[in-house]
Design a protein around this ligand. Structure first.
Ligand code: HEC
Ligand code: HEC
Length: 455
């Protein structure tokens, strides 16, 4: 009996080996079929048509949709009153265009009529007058902010905010802060905290957090430009244990396709999860949101009490936009490094280090530069503190997809890592070299930096 089974076994092994050899032969000789008809070029193609419509709808939502959040920023916080100022029926001095630009708001020059552009050029427009800000709002030229006016188009009665407020900027083609739109670029000049602190009525936020107005204003003013705290309305943690602000940098919203988990702490979910989260819970749009993880009163005391994980507004303006909104963001490409912005020869050496000795590619897997799969790590794995990761549901940091690292005056203004703790790419690489005991020489560090700048 034994020998019979042994013979069968050896026979099977042989068959297997022969099969493998055959596969090998055909793999060596294979060539793809040349007949690869491109779908999107044919005239009546439902997939191509759908893709174009999704892009259009998604762009509209990303740039202009307030999801009804003017009920919060306008009716409740009364932000419009601070913008128009007492002279125009609001309160206080109002927000002049100069002030708006100084808190990082951006103006879309393509929305300005030619005669207005000529007047601005000739210095004939008063940039110190809040009435000019109202005129810009009527033209829908302030990126990420929509003004709602009364029927006569005179009085500003509400304002709402959009995704583009934080995730778009301009190329400064006309003047600093005024130019063509750049969707997906984080606005690292935008002082979100200072803008919210202008609101005449902060009671809805102080009630939610259970703090007084002075404390809230102190927190809002501690964020600084380019930062926002997306978790404070869940966990009420405004400061880190070291006393510094708990806000994180505004991330880019391009190059997101293929990346599984999103945000700095990742474990929340994918792009569409986070879009629904932000539109409902941060922008305070009208919608539906479900996430029972927010019922955990130990991790998310504020959210659990307010039942944020079970939001159902009577009129859902968010859910119908989610598909197109996600589609649009996935389509936004990573801006390419301008020519001459990095040393090509050194970058070539750096690439080899990245994929070899420096071990970067074990986590930042090219060409996604994050892991395909579950792209999360503990704080201990990357050698930093766990304050921010502990605020996410998975208590991890997401392997940041490395995008447009050459842009240190716009996209990465404010530094690297979630809170900008590393001012330069040299600092980042030096951190890894020490922490992972890579023993990189100064030359190797510089080569890695040049490679990073090429991404
Ligand atoms: C007030 C500023 C602000 C607004 C408005 C805003 N976001 Fe964000 N967004 C952030 C911040 C801050 C983060 C990072 C949050 C974190 O990691 O905790 C983020 C994260 C993201 C991410 C994850 C990016 C990545 O690297 O994975 C996407 C995608 C995104 N936002 C899209 C949107 C969309 C779409 C909207 C509109 C529905 C929107 N955001 C509105 C500030 C904002
Ligand atoms: C164990 C996995 C891991 C390894 C290995 C690793 N990284 Fe990272 N990297 C991360 C994570 C996670 C983050 C996000 C940190 C945060 O959110 O604060 C990150 C962030 C970064 C950033 C900041 C990106 C931004 O948008 O601010 C850079 C740059 C970077 N890594 C480069 C490197 C280089 C260069 C190496 C190799 C020397 C390397 N990484 C090795 C996991 C890793």
């Amino acid at each position: 009996m034994r020998t019979k089974w042994a013979v069968i076994f050896v026979g099977l092994l042989f068959l297997f080996a022969a099969g493998a050899a055959l596969v090998q032969v055909s793999a060596d000789n294979k060539s793809p079929t040349q007949n690869t008809n491109t779908l999107l070029l044919s005239a009546d193609d439902p997939i191509g048509d759908n893709a174009r419509k999704m892009l259009e709808d998604g762009q509209k939502a990303f740039r202009f949709d307030t999801f009804g959040d003017e009920a919060f920023w306008g009716d409740q916080l009364q932000l419009h009153k601070a913008i128009e100022g007492a002279k125009n029926g609001g309160v206080g001095p109002g927000v002049s265009p100069k002030m708006a630009l100084s808190v990082g708001l951006k103006v879309d020059m393509d929305m300005l009529p030619a005669d207005l552009v000529a007047q601005v050029k000739a210095n004939k427009v008063d940039l110190d007058d809040p009435a000019t800000t109202l005129a810009l709002l009527k033209l829908n030229a302030v990126i990420g902010v929509t003004g709602f006016f009364d029927r006569e188009k005179k009085q500003l009665i509400e304002v709402g905010i959009q995704c583009s407020l934080c995730h778009s900027t301009v190329d400064d083609a006309f003047a600093p802060g005024i130019g063509h739109r750049l969707d997906g670029w984080p606005n690292r000049d935008l002082n979100v905290g200072a803008i919210i602190a202008l609101a005449p009525n902060l009671k809805p936020v102080t009630d939610l957090l259970g703090v007084d107005e002075a404390t809230l204003k102190k927190v809002l003013n501690s964020w600084g430009p380019g930062k926002f705290d997306a978790e404070v309305l869940l966990d009420g943690k405004a400061l880190r244990p070291d006393g510094k602000s708990a806000a994180t940098l505004l991330p880019s919203a391009f190059g997101l396709a293929g990346v599984n988990n999103h945000t700095w702490t990742g474990g929340w979910g994918g792009v569409t999860y986070w879009n629904a989260f932000v539109a409902n819970l941060q922008m305070h749009g009208q919608g539906t949101f479900f996430d029972p993880r927010l019922d955990d009163a130990a991790q998310y005391p504020v959210a659990a009490k307010a039942k944020f994980g079970h939001k159902r507004d009577p009129n859902d303006l968010i859910t119908p936009q989610l598909a197109a909104l996600q589609f649009y963001q996935l389509a936004i490409p990573v801006p390419k490094p301008p020519s001459g912005s990095f040393d090509e020869a050194a970058a070539g050496q750096g690439e080899m280090l990245f994929n070899g000795k420096a071990k970067c590619a074990t986590c930042h897997v090219p060409p996604l530069f994050t892991e395909p799969g579950w792209n999360l790590h503990t704080a201990a794995e990357i050698g930093i503190d766990a304050f921010q990761s502990d605020r996410g549901p998975d208590k991890r940091y997401r392997t940041a997809p490395l995008h447009a690292l050459w842009s240190i005056d716009k996209i990465h203004k404010g530094g690297f890592y979630h809170d900008g703790r590393f001012a330069t790419l040299q600092d980042v690489v030096q951190h890894y070299s020490q922490f992972l005991k890579l023993g990189l020489t100064d030359k190797e560090i510089q080569e890695l930096v040049e490679y990073l700048k090429s991404l």
